[in-house]
Design a protein around this ligand. Structure first.
Ligand code: 5CU
Length: 355
């Protein structure tokens, strides 16, 4: 796909400092050792109650080593990665000075990793916030804005505990927009998990995660935040959950509820078209719906590394099927090389200023 840059905007790391915390915990989220001495990451709600085969996921150093991240990038032809801490970030920690200092230390770690000579200028990052405390988060945003390779913040959907439409978050959103940073919005809890039966994590990840994004962003739009802060820049994980598919229904249902509609200057789709979307959807049908709604120039390639590694073969030398599915989906978007190159990297270079 030509010699323009390939950029991965959805690629996580559990920094060593964060791994130490997970290893020290007795409750989810935590890292446990199984009977074979293998680390298992147990992070999703209820995951600790599953039978042993389903209890969390086996993990190795691809979850915390930057050397592994760079190897993974080389293996898949990725020039630049915008790394972010993986879920559940700091959303489970108390709002104490210790947590705030932990956030600062993690952001400094990200900066150190990105500016290291090993990274060779190929790494940028989204920082992390103690969002349960919006005021401490505002202070952290000011620090992040000073770190040369940080381009935004990764955020879950709980905000300060009441969702993203919580008025208490408005000063935080304003600070992020004023600093020219991007929010990478990512699910963690899942919505509808109680309906998913006994199929391990599969349905919470396949359905619950995108439903969570769908609900959180819909509420955010209906709160009127984008009329108040038009330059608030948000990148949605997993191609916006189900929003591209449901946009028309959202518009119609809001239009038929005047008490809700009159609080907005535009129909919901207007705001959806101003957001950014990753291409982590594994199929061109979903990606085409996102392109159709917002245009190809707002969509950015991602891998979700280190999640979804190969189940067979040596994962450090075998190409990951999960990555190839996302590349195939991009190639399935109608258009010419310029469109694919945009999604594969040039959009990210432009939108996140990765020069
Ligand atoms: O496999 C998983 O649980 C996950 C997860 O928790 N977060 C993510 O970004 N991708 C996959």
């Amino acid at each position: 796909m030509s010699n323009s840059k390939v950029v991965d905007v959805h690629t996580h790391v559990y920094l060593p400092r964060y791994m130490d915390l997970l290893r020290s915990r007795a409750e989810v989220p935590r890292v446990i050792l199984d009977d074979l001495g293998q680390d298992r990451l147990v992070i999703l709600p209820g995951e600790d109650k599953e039978s042993s085969t389903k209890r969390g996921r086996p993990i190795g150093d691809e979850y915390w080593s930057m050397k592994r991240k760079l190897e993974f990038m080389d293996l898949h032809g990725i020039d630049v990665s915008v790394i972010s801490l993986a879920n559940p970030w700091l959303d489970f920690l108390p709002t104490t000075q210790e947590t705030f200092e932990f956030a600062t230390a993690l952001n400094q770690d990200l900066s150190t990793v990105c500016t290291s000579s090993d990274a060779g200028g190929r790494l940028f990052a989204f920082g992390v916030l103690p969002t349960l405390s919006p005021s401490a988060s505002v202070a952290e945003v000011h620090r992040i804005a000073q770190l040369p390779h940080l381009r935004g913040v990764i955020m879950g959907t709980i905000g300060a505990g009441r969702g993203l439409d919580d008025p208490e978050l408005i000063p935080l959103f304003q600070a992020i927009a004023d600093a020219g940073l991007t929010i990478f919005l990512h699910p963690h809890h899942g919505v509808g998990n109680e309906h998913f039966g006994g199929y391990g994590h599969s349905l919470s990840l396949a359905l619950g995660f995108p439903f969570e994004t769908t609900v959180a962003v819909s509420r955010l739009i209906l709160s009127g935040i984008f009329d108040r802060i038009p330059n608030l820049r948000i990148l949605l994980a997993h191609s916006g959950g189900t929003l591209p598919f449901l946009a028309g229904r959202l518009d119609s249902c809001v239009a038929h509820d005047p008490a809700v509609a009159e609080k907005l200057q535009h129909p919901p789709t207007y705001y959806l078209k101003r957001l950014y979307y990753d291409a982590v959807i594994y199929h061109d049908t979903g990606l085409k719906a996102t392109v159709d709604l917002v245009g190809a120039d707002r969509i950015m390639f991602g891998t979700d590394n280190p999640f979804f590694p190969p189940l067979k073969g040596e994962k450090h030398v075998t190409r990951w099927m999960s990555v190839d599915k996302n590349i195939e989906a991009v190639k399935g978007v109608p258009g010419e090389e310029k469109v694919w190159n945009g999604i594969m990297g040039e959009n990210a270079v432009r939108i996140l200023n990765l020069k």
